[in-house]
Design a binder for this molecule. Structure first.
Ligand code: ADP
Ligand code: MG
Length: 610
């Protein structure tokens, strides 16, 4: 006996509808995306009862012909792809041709559409896949699609809908995702006759502040990066505006909102030592990627995306965010031109790197008074902090120094001055420092009054030195070696950490199972507190490893920095204060301590008496 049936279209569409439209918000998404694909510059969204009774989208896009208006409700009816190859070059939001078919299977739909060249449009009424009527009508150019009584024939789904307030907030979220990244378009959004949003086309920053409020403008830093693999444009929160919950986190790829835990982690990782634990940044980031390098087809609602270059993307996104945070925290406070010279593009496959050659001038005689012609080699000056400028800039920088040595003193450009200020500690503010309450260092800078928190600043300095593993070169031998002792379990862990500690500048040997002898430390670290520093470090290391919030290296450096930084209450000498300020300005991220505390602020003269 034969038992296999081919399901009628109406049933097949209802089943498919379950995937595409599971709640009113997903129908809203499909309609908004269709309007954008139709090239609309104005889109109206109208909902009643959180979309249960009505979802209507009216656009001024290209509209449809009479026959397309009928065809669009067929399954796999799409104007967006023609052949399988097109799947690898998708620039539209839709392409599967199932949304309207699915929606028509589970609602009463009224479509009015007119192409701009036609005088008359078409109106179609369709209900549960049955076309009830089709006739000519006069209507504005573009398309209006109204979905009435969603799930009228699928009571199970209807009963699963949540309270109106919940469904409306889902719709609102979808609306925000679409409107945020398609910021050139005008939108209005009415719910039960009330205007919720009235947005005018503008740029990304304007759209963010239209949706989330004007205060966002002051809360965000721009992120901008252009590589062969990805173009990144967007905004991330300043570290001081992070929140305890994941708030506004919007990641878009090719104008499409996506969820991608790994890429989100890349952004969050850039904040690792800038913000307190379990705090989260907001971000609005748009990545533009060659469509053939992504697969958006893996989920029907298309918020998940697979990238071919995921690892590279991760690294680029993290570096770009970090760069924005580092550069702008300094830039806004010190008002210097950021150096946009980081080239993140990984080498193409098959590229064989060449060993760099060192240019030097064999005829160079440092005692000659005339400046030599060839550029000196880069090793004459090594800056461990800040973005390394490109060769040409180094060259001109050195030329500048040489010339000034030869007493011709040309006027340096602002970038060169900044480089000079930032890479040599001696050039930090020469103005005297004052200590306030044995906690703050106050000094005068060209841009205002500088106030530095001595502990937080020192923590930042030590942290970066440890991270950059500079200390190994200048470990300081102790006059009297110090013994440290741990419980057997801790001693095992400590033993594992010895290679790391050695890199930071500690020299430690073991005597027996649980006792260690420290013979040298990094210069910033006082020998009297070594046992406490290591005890704390072990506690923090163990708990960090359990929570997996940081990597081992970061965690050790953070802990050591926190416990060795000069304490609040310590009296500092003039020279010490000046050195501390100078060292702080050599840091990559000078404005925050690794534990997320502000290290300094500059009060501008106009704000002094406010
Ligand atoms: P897809 O968007 O995946 O192509 P849909 O079912 O959403 O599938 O839409 C089917 C087709 O109907 C689209 O390809 C498009 O040609 C047409 N269409 C849908 N909505 C609109 C609209 N607002 N304006 C113009 N054409 C539209
Ligand atoms: Mg569509």
């Amino acid at each position: 006996m034969d038992i296999i049936n081919i399901l009628p279209d109406s049933v097949a569409n209802q089943i498919a509808a379950g995937e595409v439209v599971d709640r009113p918000a997903s129908a809203v998404k499909e309609l908004l995306e269709n309007a954008l694909d139709a090239g609309a510059s104005k889109i109206q969204l109208i909902v009643k009862d959180a979309g249960r009774t009505l979802i209507q989208v009216i656009d001024n896009g290209c509209g449809m012909s009479d026959s397309d208006a009928r065809l669009c409700f067929e399954r796999h009816a799409t104007s967006k792809i023609h052949k399988a190859d097109d799947l690898f070059a998708i620039h539209t939001m839709g392409f599967r041709g199932e949304a309207l078919a699915s929606i028509a299977a589970i609602a009463q739909v009224e479509l009015k559409t007119r192409q701009h060249d036609n005088e008359l449009g078409t109106q179609i009424n369709i209900e549960g896949c049955d076309i009830k009527s089709q006739e000519s009508c006069s209507c504005p150019a573009g398309t209006s699609l109204a979905i009435k009584n969603l799930f009228f024939n699928v009571p199970a789904r209807r009963n699963f809908l949540k309270k109106d307030s919940v469904e409306l907030s889902h719709i609102e979220e979808i609306f925000k995702r679409v409107a945020l990244i398609n910021y050139h378009t005008d939108y209005t959004f009415h719910s039960n006759g009330r205007v919720l949003y009235d947005l005018h086309g503008g740029n990304f920053a304007e759209r963010i502040s239209q949706i989330f409020g004007h205060s966002y403008r002051e809360r965000l830093y721009p992120v901008e990066e252009n590589t062969d693999i990805v173009k990144i444009h967007g905004y991330v929160s300043k570290p001081e505006f992070v929140r305890k919950s994941r708030g506004e986190q919007y990641l878009f790829v090719n104008h499409r909102f996506i969820k991608h835990p790994a890429l989100s982690a890349a952004v969050e990782k850039a904040y690792a030592e800038l913000i307190p634990d379990r705090h989260y940044p907001s971000y609005f980031l748009h990545l533009e990627v060659d469509p053939s390098r992504i697969d958006i087809n893996i989920h029907p609602t298309k918020t998940e995306v697979k990238f071919i270059d995921e690892h590279a993307l991760f690294a680029i996104l993290r570096a770009a965010t970090k760069k924005a945070l580092g550069q702008f925290s300094l830039a806004t406070e010190l008002e210097f031109n950021p150096i946009n010279e980081v080239d993140f593009a990984p080498a193409p496959s098959g590229y064989i790197p060449q060993q760099p050659t060192v240019n030097y001038n064999p005829d160079y005689n440092p005692f000659q008074s005339t400046a030599p012609k060839a550029a000196p080699s880069g090793h004459a000056h090594s800056s461990s902090y800040g973005n390394q400028p490109k060769n040409s800039q180094w060259t001109s920088f050195f030329d500048l120094k040489k010339e000034s040595d030869a007493e011709t003193t040309p006027a340096p450009s602002p970038t060169q001055l900044t480089l000079d200020q930032l890479s040599t500690p001696q050039s930090a503010p020469a103005s005297p420092c004052m200590q306030v309450k044995n906690q703050f260092i106050v000094s005068v800078m060209p841009s205002g009054l500088l106030i530095v928190d001595q502990h937080a600043a020192h923590e930042r300095i030590i942290y970066e030195r440890l991270c950059n593993r500079h200390q190994c070169a200048n470990a300081q031998q102790l006059l009297f070696p110090v013994n440290c002792q741990f419980s057997p379990a801790d001693a095992d862990i400590f033993n594992e950490l010895l290679p790391d500690l050695k890199q930071y500048g500690f020299e430690i040997g073991s005597i027996g199972q649980t006792t260690f002898v420290v013979t040298a430390t990094p210069p910033d670290i006082s020998d009297s507190e070594l046992q406490q520093i290591f005890d704390q470090m072990l506690v923090e290391y163990k708990s960090a490893m359990i929570q997996k919030f940081a990597d081992r290296h970061q965690c050790l450096c953070r802990s050591i920095a926190r416990h060795t930084a000069v304490k609040v209450g310590t009296v500092l000498q003039q020279a010490e204060m000046q050195q501390l300020v100078a060292d702080l300005f050599c840091c990559q991220m000078p404005s925050m301590s690794p534990s997320g505390q502000k290290t300094m602020t500059i009060v501008q003269p106009e704000n002094l008496l406010n």
